[in-house]
Design a protein around this ligand. Structure first.
Ligand code: ADP
Ligand code: MG
Ligand code: MG
Length: 252
């Protein structure tokens, strides 16, 4: 079983008045088959964690380590990370002019699997995954992210997740901008992937509502650039009732 180990991770961004430390020592271990929810107030550094794991050039790791089965993820290029089995929806470009969803997914699958999927099987796989997410087949011929609605972007993320079958998936604010029906469909997609027992999921969210559909094994509260409390699914209920106030007192 693959294990992602984040140890004392420190990350800075280049702000106008010089570098600013955002992540201040994050420790987290995610194993294949586990679902972890990272929850916390806006501005606490949740997306910074996700972007840093994705290898986004804006974020500089100034300390700590990230290992996947002992391999140094921070040394890997974005493509190498994907190939090693770390999936981050935002590791892909915002818009890919002239590239259809269908070609984009096949290229990504080829990179991750190390060989091009057999065309006929692939077409069937994509069709089934899209049907499960209640996506219009015409979506496959649209250009990646061009004019996608918020909901379409999220479904496209889950479609990638279903087709690329990573070992570790990092999903940032998958629930934002979704209406109740879309949230249910997207959550069912995540649960389908989860039920294989082969994906470790880091579900990053500000709101507790997606956790009505996806019961995490672990919940971590993120505040001020680090994890300040960890617990089981019941911690999400406490957050829903009490909010984050008790964690940000004294300034996050
Ligand atoms: P969250 O996802 O928890 O809302 P973020 O990781 O987006 O938090 O942001 C954490 C803090 O880092 C915020 O204060 C934000 O303004 C700052 N920050 C994040 N990215 C950048 C950036 N590229 N440049 C400057 N500041 C940034
Ligand atoms: Mg530290
Ligand atoms: Mg965020």
């Amino acid at each position: 079983m693959a294990t992602l180990e984040i140890r004392d991770l420190h990350v800075s961004v280049e702000a106008e008045n010089g570098p600013r430390e955002i992540l201040k020592g994050v420790d987290l271990t995610v194993k294949q088959g586990e679902t972890h929810a990272i929850m916390g107030p806006n501005g606490s550094g949740k997306s910074t964690l996700a972007y840093s794991l994705a290898g986004h050039p804006k974020y500089t790791v100034t300390g700590g380590s990230v290992l996947l089965d002992g391999e140094d993820v921070l040394e890997m290029s974005v493509d190498e990370r994907a190939k090693a089995g770390v999936f981050l929806a935002m590791q892909y470009p915002v818009e890919v002019p002239g590239v259809s969803v269908s070609n984009f997914l096949r290229t990504a699958a080829t990179a991750v699997r190390g060989e091009a999927p057999k065309l006929r099987l692939w077409v069937k796989e994509v069709k089934e995954a899209m049907a499960a997410l209640q996506m219009d087949p015409a979506f496959a011929e649209r250009n990646v992210n061009e004019g996608f609605s918020g909901g379409e972007k999220k479904r496209h993320e889950i479609l990638q997740l279903e087709l690329l079958k990573p070992k570790i998936a990092i999903l940032d604010e998958t629930d934002s901008g979704l209406d109740v029906d879309a949230l249910r469909i997207v959550s069912e997609g995540i649960n389908r992937v989860r039920s294989t027992g082969e994906v470790g999921t880091l579900l990053v969210t500000h709101y507790t509502r997606i956790l009505r559909y996806i019961k995490p094994d672990y919940v971590h509260v993120f505040a001020g650039g680090r994890i300040v409390e960890s617990g089981g699914a019941e911690l999400a209920d406490k957050l829903e009732a009490e909010g984050y106030e008790s964690y940000v007192k004294g300034g996050a």
